[in-house]
Write a protein that binds this ligand. Structure first.
Ligand SMILES: Nc1nc2c(c(=O)[nH]1)N[C@H]1C(S)=C(S)[C@@H](COP(=O)(O)OP(=O)(O)OC[C@H]3O[C@@H](n4cnc5c(=O)[nH]c(N)nc54)[C@H](O)[C@@H]3O)O[C@H]1N2
Ligand SMILES: Nc1nc2c(c(=O)[nH]1)N[C@H]1C(S)=C(S)[C@@H](COP(=O)(O)OP(=O)(O)OC[C@H]3O[C@@H](n4cnc5c(=O)[nH]c(N)nc54)[C@H](O)[C@@H]3O)O[C@H]1N2
Ligand code: SF4
Ligand SMILES: [Mo]
Length: 685
C-alpha cells in the first residue's frame, strides 16, 4: 500500500519556512519528509535536519506527561502528575504572584521554537488578558531590522525568486549552506544559467564561503568600515548611478564627500581585509548592477550591528541595483505580510502601560537589576514556551543563577528535557508541528501557508493553544480567544485579514503575498515619508540611544575590542545540523556535529602551545568554557569560532558557550550581540 503524502510546513526558526510533503504511515507514525517540489521557493529541497524528522518526532526521550519537580532546581528530577493538577498549580502560582507583587511580576516568556503564527502567538493572549509583563523580542532580528529600516524604512526587500536573473549574488554575514539551504538552490540556478558570481562576506571560512567565487573575511564587527570602503571605490571609479540616486536617495553628495577618507587602505587597517581585495569586490559589484544582496543575520549580532547593517544596505542604493530584475537586496520580508492577529493575541485587551522586559536581558531581570526590571516588581512566576533561555540567551551563567532562584515559580512547556526544562517547577509536554494546526509566513519568501495536524501526539502532549486556553479559563478570563481551537483561531485570523479561508489556503498550498516588482524593489519609493532611501538615517526613529550613532555610514567603534588580556574575538556561529538548540537531541545530528569545538588559527595554536583536538579553556570576565580545539586556517589569527548551540551539559564542565556572551543592548534600539565577544584561550592540562 502506498503511504499518503501530506502537505505541511516547516515550523522551525529559519527564513526558508519550507513547504513540505510528509509521508503518513499511520495516524501515529510518519515516514520521510521532503521539500514540496511544486513550491517554487522550496523547489523540493530541504535541510537534512528536517528530512530526518522521523527521528525527532518519534524520539524515545520526548516529554509525554505533565510533571512536577521533586529534585533540586536544575537537577531534572520530576514526578508524573495529571494535567488538571499541573494547570491548577500554574494558574494558582500566577494568581499568588499577581496578588502579592502585582500582575507584572508574572512574565510569560517565548520565542520562535515554532514559527507557527497561532501556536507561537497565543501566549500574547495571556499577557494582554491579565496585564502580565510584556516581552521585547530582541534575541534574533532586532539589530538587523533596526539597521535595515534606518535606510529602507520597512522590513521587506527584493523577491528571492528573481535571483535566477542575477549576475552577482552577495551573501553578506550569513551562512546559507548551513542556515538556509534554499537560498543556495536559487544561487546555483543563477550560476548555472547565467554564470552568475557568488561573493560571501563572512568572519570565517564557512561552507558557504567554500563554494563562493570570492570570500571577504572581515574581523567581526567591522562591516561598516568594509562597506564604506566599497562605497568609496564605487563613487571614485564612477560606478555610482547618479540619476537613480538623485531620484531615490536623500543626500548622495554628502555621502560622497564623507566617504573621501574611507579608502580601502583605511578599511584594511580596521577589517584586516587587504585593500586590493576590497577594491576588486567594489569593481565586481559596481560593474554588475543586476546584483542581489542577501543580508544575513550574523553580521548584525554586534553592539554596532544596526550601524553595520545600514552601511551595507546602502550599496544597492548607490549602484541603482534596485532597478533591475534580479537586483536589489533582502534581509527579511517580515513586513510584507499584513495579518490581523487581534483575536489570537487579544490585542484589544492591550493596555499600553504594561512594562516590556528585554528577553535578551533575562539574566539581569531574574537577578533583580532595577533598570532591566524598569523599576517595577521582581519577576516571581514564568511560563516558558518555544524557547530554551538557559542555553540560548546571552550571559548564561547569570541566566542560570536567576532560574535557580527558590522564590521563582517556573512552568516550562517543552518537547524535550532541555536545560531550561530542568529548572522547571511544572513541566508540560508539548506537541510538534505535525501534531497540531497552524499558519505560517516565510521571511525569505513571499508565501502564506496553512498546515494541518498529520499524526496524533504521543502520550498526553498538548499544543500551545490548548495550554494557553486552559490557563486563560482557570485564571477567569471570558475573552473569546481562550475558547477557540487552533483551527478556529486560524479561520478568524484569515477572515480578519481579508484572506481566503484555511480550507482554500490549504487546498491551494500557499498564498503568494508578493507585490508588483516596482513595489518590491521600491521603484514606487522607499517607505519613509519622503519616499527616499536614507544614507543619513534619522536614528531617533530606531531607538532611544540614538545620539551616539554615526550620522552617515561609518565604522562605529562600540563593539567589544580584543585587548592584551582578551586577545581573541569569538564568533558563536550556528552549527549545520542543529537549529539553535533544537535537533541537539537527534542522534544523527549529534553524530555529525561530534563535540563542542573551537576553531583556532594555526599560528595562534603555535603561540599558545595548543595541539589539534586538545582540551582548552576559553574565558572572559563573564565565564569560562571548556571544549576541544580544532586547528583551522580559514579565519584571521585573532578570531576564534565556536559553532553552537550545544547544550551546556555537552561541554566538559557543564557550561555552554553563551556564558561568554555579553547581554549588552546593541545601539540604538537593543538586540542581542552573540558574535561580539572578546576572550582569552588557554590550554587545559
Ligand atoms: N543549521 C542551522 N540553521 C539555522 C540556525 C541554526 O542554528 N542552525 N538558526 C536559525 C536562526 S534562528 C537564524 S536567525 C538564522 C541565522 O542565519 P545567518 O544569517 O546565517 O546568521 P548567523 O547564524 O548569526 O551567522 C551567520 C554568519 O555570520 C558570520 N559573522 C559573525 N559576525 C560577523 C561579522 O561581524 N561580519 C561578518 N561579515 N560576518 C559575521 C558568522 O561567521 C556566521 O557564519 O539561521 C537559522 N537557521
Ligand atoms: N551562541 C549563540 N546563541 C544564540 C544564537 C547564536 O547564533 N549563537 N542565535 C540566537 C538566535 S538568532 C535565536 S533565534 C535564539 C533561539 O533560541 P530558541 O528560541 O531557544 O531556539 P531553540 O534552542 O531551538 O529552542 C526552541 C525550543 O522550543 C521548543 N519547541 C518547538 N516547538 C514547540 C511548540 O510548538 N511548543 C512548545 N511549547 N515548544 C516548542 C523546542 O523543543 C526547543 O527546545 O538563540 C539565540 N542564541
Ligand atoms: S531549510 Fe529551514 S525551513 Fe527548510 S526544512 Fe530546514 S529548517 Fe525547515
Ligand atoms: Mo534567530
Amino acid at each position: 500500500m502506498n503511504n499518503q503524502l501530506i502537505r505541511s510546513v516547516c515550523p522551525h526558526d529559519c527564513p526558508s519556512t519550507c513547504a513540505l510533503q510528509v509521508e503518513q504511515i499511520s495516524r501515529h507514525e510518519i515516514g520521510r519528509v521532503r521539500g514540496n517540489p511544486d513550491n517554487d521557493y522550496t523547489a523540493g529541497v530541504i535541510c537534512s535536519k528536517v528530512s530526518n524528522y522521523r527521528e525527532r518526532i518519534h524520539h524515545p526521550e520526548r516529554l509525554t506527561k505533565p510533571m512536577r519537580r521533586i529534585g533540586a532546581k536544575g537537577e531534572g528530577v520530576f514526578e508524573v502528575i495529571t494535567w488538571e493538577e499541573a494547570l491548577d498549580e500554574v494558574a494558582g502560582a500566577f494568581q499568588t504572584s499577581a496578588l502579592s507583587c502585582g500582575p507584572e511580576s508574572v512574565w510569560p516568556y517565548d520565542f520562535a521554537g515554532t514559527m507557527g503564527l497561532i501556536q507561537r502567538g497565543s501566549i500574547h493572549r495571556l499577557r494582554h488578558a491579565f496585564g502580565y509583563s510584556l516581552q521585547e523580542d530582541t534575541i534574533c532580528v532586532t539589530t538587523g531590522v533596526t539597521g535595515w529600516n534606518a535606510g529602507v524604512g520597512t522590513c521587506r526587500g527584493s523577491d528571492s525568486r528573481n535571483i535566477q536573473h542575477s549576475d552577482l549574488i552577495v551573501v553578506w554575514g550569513g551562512n546559507p549552506v548551513s542556515t538556509q539551504v534554499n537560498l543556495m538552490t536559487h544561487i546555483s540556478r543563477a550560476r548555472k544559467k547565467r554564470g552568475a558570481k557568488l561573493v560571501v562576506v563572512d568572519a570565517y571560512q564557512t561552507p558557504s564561503a567554500d563554494v563562493a567565487d570570492m570570500h571577504l573575511m572581515p574581523k567581526p564587527g567591522t562591516d561598516g568600515a568594509l562597506a564604506c570602503a566599497v562605497m568609496h571605490v564605487l563613487f571614485k571609479e564612477k560606478f555610482a548611478d547618479w540619476e537613480y540616486m538623485e531620484h531615490y536617495t536623500d543626500c548622495p553628495d554628502r555621502l560622497e564627500r564623507h566617504l573621501k577618507t574611507r579608502t580601502p587602505e583605511w578599511a584594511e587597517k580596521i577589517s584586516g581585509i587587504p585593500a586590493s581585495d576590497i577594491a576588486s569586490f567594489a569593481r565586481l559589484y559596481g560593474s554588475n548592477p543586476r546584483s542581489f544582496l542577501r543580508c544575513g543575520y550574523g553580521f548584525t549580532r554586534s553592539r554596532n550591528g544596526p550601524a553595520n547593517m545600514h552601511a551595507v544596505s546602502c550599496l544597492p542604493a548607490i549602484t541603482g541595483a534596485w532597478q533591475h530584475k534580479g537586483g536589489g537586496a533582502l534581509y527579511s520580508n517580515r513586513d510584507l505580510y499584513d495579518l490581523d492577529f487581534s483575536m489570537s493575541r487579544a490585542l484589544d485587551l492591550r493596555s499600553g502601560k504594561t512594562r516590556i522586559l528585554d528577553m535578551s536581558r533575562i539574566g539581569a531581570v531574574l537577578n533583580g537589576e532595577r533598570e532591566s526590571l524598569k523599576n517595577g516588581p521582581p519577576v516571581k512566576a514564568m511560563l516558558v514556551q518555544n524557547v530554551n533561555p538557559a542555553d540560548v540567551a546571552p550571559d548564561s551563567n547569570l541566566v542560570r543563577k536567576g532560574l535557580v532562584r527558590d522564590d521563582l515559580f517556573l512552568c516550562v512547556h517543552e518537547q524535550f528535557m532541555t536545560e531550561t526544562a530542568k529548572f522547571a517547577d511544572i513541566l508540560l509536554p508539548a506537541t510538534m508541528f505535525l501534531e497540531h494546526d497552524d499558519l505560517y509566513t516565510g521571511s525569505a519568501h513571499v508565501y502564506l501557508q496553512a498546515a494541518r495536524k498529520v499524526v496524533e501526539p504521543p502520550g498526553q502532549c498538548r499544543s500551545n493553544v490548548d495550554v494557553i486556553n486552559e490557563l486563560g479559563k482557570r485564571l477567569g478570563s471570558e475573552y473569546p480567544g481562550f475558547y477557540m481551537t487552533a483551527h478556529e483561531l486560524i479561520e478568524q485570523t484569515l477572515l480578519d485579514s481579508g484572506l481566503p479561508d484555511s480550507d482554500d489556503v490549504y487546498e491551494m498550498g500557499w498564498v503568494d503575498c508578493s507585490k508588483s516588482f516596482d513595489e518590491m524593489n521600491f521603484l514606487t519609493g522607499f517607505a519613509h515619508q519622503e519616499g527616499r532611501f536614507r544614507f543619513a538615517p534619522d536614528w531617533s526613529e530606531q531607538g532611544e540611544e540614538h545620539e551616539i550613532m554615526p550620522s552617515l555610514p561609518d565604522h562605529f567603534e562600540v563593539h567589544e575590542r580584543a585587548t592584551p588580556e582578551h586577545p581573541f574575538r569569538l564568533v558563536a556561529a550556528p552549527a549545520r545540523r542543529y537549529l539553535n538548540t533544537s535537533f541537539t537531541e537527534m542522534p544523527s545530528s549529534r553524530r555529525h556535529e561530534g563535540r563542542p569545538t573551537i576553531k583556532i588559527h594555526e599560528n595562534a595554536c603555535k603561540s599558545l602551545d595548543i595541539s589539534d583536538g586538545q582540551l582548552v579553556c576559553v574565558g572572559n570576565s563573564r565565564g569560562q568554557v571548556k571544549l576541544h580545539a580544532s586547528i583551522f586556517g580559514g579565519l584571521q589569527e585573532d578570531v576564534v569560532v565556536v559553532e553552537s548551540i550545544w547544550p551546556g551539559s555537552s561541554f566538559e564542565g557543564g557550561v555552554g558557550i553563551n556564558a561568554l556572551i555579553g547581554a549588552d543592548r546593541a545601539f540604538p534600539g537593543g538586540g542581542a550581540v552573540f558574535h561580539d565577544t572578546a576572550v582569552w584561550v588557554r590550554p587545559e592540562n
